[in-house]
Design a protein around this ligand. Structure first.
Ligand SMILES: [Zn+2]
Length: 126
């Protein structure tokens, strides 16, 4: 059985089912997520548009959510993307952590021979 994050067999089957049900029940506009109303007109037939209908995990996988139909709902691709971006915290290094010394690579690599140092010609260049 496939265990890819983007879609187990169960997810793919239930995703299709949930979308079909939403369409039949007359869900024509994105209800929005996380308290943010959306209202985009859902396109069930064309994938990868900002308003394409996509299934979203109500409880994310990372929090123990399943691929069962009752944990899936239909929202637009834009909302789904925003939600996926907000539900996974991405650690961002403080600006002070970025190397500012032009010789940072040499410093990090212990000043190794052959390390390309910006502003100097590489010793490897023929
Ligand atoms: Zn939306």
């Amino acid at each position: 059985m496939a265990t890819s994050r983007t879609g187990t067999a169960t997810y793919l089957r239930n995703s299709k089912r949930v979308k079909t049900q939403a369409r039949r029940s007359g869900l024509t506009h994105c209800p929005g997520v996380d308290g943010r109303p959306c209202g985009a007109e859902l396109d069930y037939d064309t994938p990868l548009l900002p308003n394409s209908a996509e299934t979203d995990h109500i409880i994310p996988h990372g929090q123990g959510g399943t691929d069962d139909a009752d944990n899936l709902r239909v929202i637009c691709r834009k909302c789904n993307g925003q939600r996926n971006r907000t539900k996974v915290p991405v650690p961002v290094a403080a600006a002070d952590d970025f190397p500012v010394d032009p010789n940072w690579l040499a410093l990090v690599c212990g000043g190794g021979e052959g390390a390309p140092i910006p502003g100097r010609s590489s010793p490897r260049q023929a």
